[in-house]
Design a protein around this ligand. Structure first.
Ligand SMILES: Nc1ncnc2c1ncn2[C@@H]1O[C@H](COP(=O)(O)OP(=O)(O)O)[C@@H](O)[C@H]1O
Ligand SMILES: [Mg+2]
Length: 259
């Protein structure tokens, strides 16, 4: 398919299959009730964005999905597996099928770009030989347009480049679902747009489904098929960007009116 001139195209083909199903998710820290019965569905090939202000529980939600935090109640079903029932080893296997890109990119400062990219493969694909690993590294770097950085240290890269390397490292494992935590936060508007374009290009190439967590409405506008507004621990509102743009709900309005 030819790309439109602006280079941005939301996923067009969305499957029937629900790849992430969350129901009644609750998580509190002491008296701080962060998630209070959150529900969402992600379909195959779809981009769902969870929009919420700072501190609303977006990162807690992602951590509950991948099993880094244990929810107090609810259902987290990913690719047909009950994530909350999985034991250590099974959970580890699922984490290969679910890629996540942390806000910080979580690159290891003392490792080169190559070593950073090899790291997840060494851990999870122990049977892969050196040549195959090298090939994957170079392919992943080519995907994000940064082949020339292979022997550099993360500290030698710009914020946008680090984000691209983080993306390459997430996708190198060929995850079926990718969770992006604030993919554009801290980047200037032009770099943000480039990162979103790249995410969408690679999503098309590898056929992934994504949950995007952000407070950035531009991300919603460019990339999301559905936007869920996380407010006071629940899915307060849901719709396309265009639907929410016309909402009269005061909570939804606050996001648009602050543009
Ligand atoms: N491990 C933790 N222990 C205690 N409180 C936490 C923990 N993680 C997050 N919180 C609290 O949960 C709330 C939501 O945090 P978070 O999900 O990081 O927000 P954001 O929407 O900005 O990503 C905040 O009040 C935060 O202080
Ligand atoms: Mg966060």
């Amino acid at each position: 398919m030819e790309k439109p001139a602006h280079g941005i195209e939301r996923p067009l083909v969305i499957g029937e299959e629900v790849v992430v199903r969350i129901r009644g998710l609750k998580k509190a820290f002491g008296t701080n009730h962060v998630l209070r019965g959150f529900d969402m569905d992600l379909h195959q090939g779809e981009n769902v964005m969870v929009l919420g202000k700072s501190g609303s529980g977006k990162s807690v939600l992602i951590k509950c999905i991948i099993g880094l935090l244990e929810p107090d109640a609810g259902i987290v079903d990913v690719l047909g597996q009950d994530m909350l029932a999985l034991e250590h080893e099974a959970l580890d296997k699922m984490r290969v099928r679910i890629g996540f890109l942390f806000q910080s990119n979580a690159l290891y400062d003392s490792m080169t770009v190559r070593e950073n990219l090899e790291f997840p493969m060494r851990r999870h694909m122990v049977k892969m030989n050196t040549a195959e690993r090298q090939e994957r590294v170079m392919r992943a770097l080519a995907d994000v347009g940064l082949e020339h950085t292979v022997d550099l240290m993360p500290s030698e890269l710009s914020g946008g480049m680090r984000k691209r390397i983080g993306l390459a490292r997430t996708l190198i494992m060929r995850p079926e679902i990718v969770l992006y935590d604030e993919p554009t936060t801290g980047l200037d508007p032009i770099t943000s747009r480039e990162i979103v374009e790249l995410m969408l290009d690679l999503q098309r190439e590898y056929g992934t489904s994504s949950i995007l967590i952000s407070h950035d409405l531009n991300v919603a506008k460019l990339a999301a098929n559905q936007v869920i507004v996380l407010h006071e621990g629940t899915a307060h509102a849901q719709g396309t960007y265009e639907q929410l743009m016309h909402s009269t709900d005061p909570v939804v309005r606050r996001f648009f009116d602050s543009l």
